[in-house]
Design a binder for this molecule. Structure first.
Ligand SMILES: [Zn+2]
Length: 321
């Protein structure tokens, strides 16, 4: 490959696996590698795995311009430290940026995974033509990233974009963060499954029951979606309600920031069009009138590879500034 072709290396640091990719300037993965994270052996073991993966990908790449890392936990993008990532035993505060830059003599950029996903959509996905947007990632938790005028907005301490902890009811269910009524406590995967498990008895004819073969342990958001696609009234109701809750929270965020584009990614987004429609309706209903007509809800485009592409996009983003 010609030396003039630029490439980026993206690293998606997860609790089970570390995914590595060589990504070209249009956001396409040209080489990919997955290694176990080895978190149980402490941070040094994880760092060794990262070094092994990066060394292999550098050998397979042409003219890499830098390493981008999307990491869980608290990330200080300036100091390039990763602190207390959940499910990484004994990992306190590690200056991953310094360690990898010293080893590979390439610039290293780190963001938390939600921010990396937002930058990924801005550079290579649904956010390419958008000046400002909110990215919301639905899954076990509800993450968010804010892009303002083509710049990632991190806030004063790097914690901006915690859309999952926007409360829609001050008396609502207790959230992991200590507050009440956060949207994460309504629409996180675990909550949804718990809620539907508890309510199914009242909906004995719901197609969900057949789909899980009378075994509640088989219940997932994907199954709820499948039932809705089979025109199951109860499942459709759950999706409409989930969308409304997300939409009410997003309306407040849109009002606050004067942003009208929302990009949705993550597992629960597998609910697809009915969820998107419910979110859009709720946002339009609750934002101030001057914003209402401009609201658009877009599907994230990097879904399956969002981790690697988002991480590599950090390099593209910083080099474009
Ligand atoms: Zn919360």
């Amino acid at each position: 490959m010609s030396k003039t072709v630029k490439q980026y290396i993206g690293i998606d640091l997860g609790g089970t696996n570390i995914k590595f990719g060589v990504v070209n300037t249009t956001g396409e993965i040209v080489q990919k590698l997955v290694l176990p994270s080895n978190t149980e052996n402490g941070p040094d073991a994880v760092i060794d795995q990262i070094k092994i993966g990066v060394a292999q990908l550098i050998a397979l790449s042409s003219n890499p311009k830098g390493l981008g890392i999307g990491a869980p936990g608290v990330v200080n993008a300036k100091k390039r430290t990763v602190s207390y990532p959940p499910n990484f035993p004994n990992w306190e505060n590690v200056n991953l940026g310094k360690i990898l830059e010293k080893k590979f003599v390439l610039p290293v950029y780190i963001e938390n995974d939600a921010n990396a996903a937002a930058v990924g959509e801005m550079m290579f996905g649904a956010g390419r033509g958008q000046r400002s947007f909110i990215m919301i990632t639905l899954g076990t938790g509800v993450g968010g990233g804010i892009i303002l005028k083509r710049k990632l907005y991190r806030g004063e301490s790097g914690a901006a974009g915690e859309i999952g902890h926007v409360s829609i009811d001050f008396n609502g269910p207790q959230c992991n963060c200590g507050s009440r009524g956060c949207i994460e406590s309504y629409v996180g995967n675990k909550y949804l499954v718990e809620r539907v498990s508890a309510e199914l008895g009242k909906h004995p004819s719901s197609k969900i029951i057949e789909l899980i073969d009378y075994d509640l342990s088989k219940l997932t958001p994907k199954i709820i979606c499948e039932a809705a696609q089979k025109d199951d009234d109860y499942a459709k109701c759950v999706i409409a309600d989930t969308g409304a809750k997300i939409g009410y929270a997003l309306a407040s965020v849109c009002n606050l920031l004067d942003i009208t584009t929302i990009i949705i990614g993550g597992g629960v987004a597998g609910f697809g069009l009915p969820l998107f429609a419910a979110i859009e309706t709720a946002v339009k209903e609750r934002v101030i009138t001057s914003l209402s007509e401009k609201i658009k809800v877009l599907a994230a485009q990097l879904e399956n590879e969002a981790g690697i592409i988002g991480a590599s996009a950090l390099v593209a983003y910083h080099r474009s500034k």
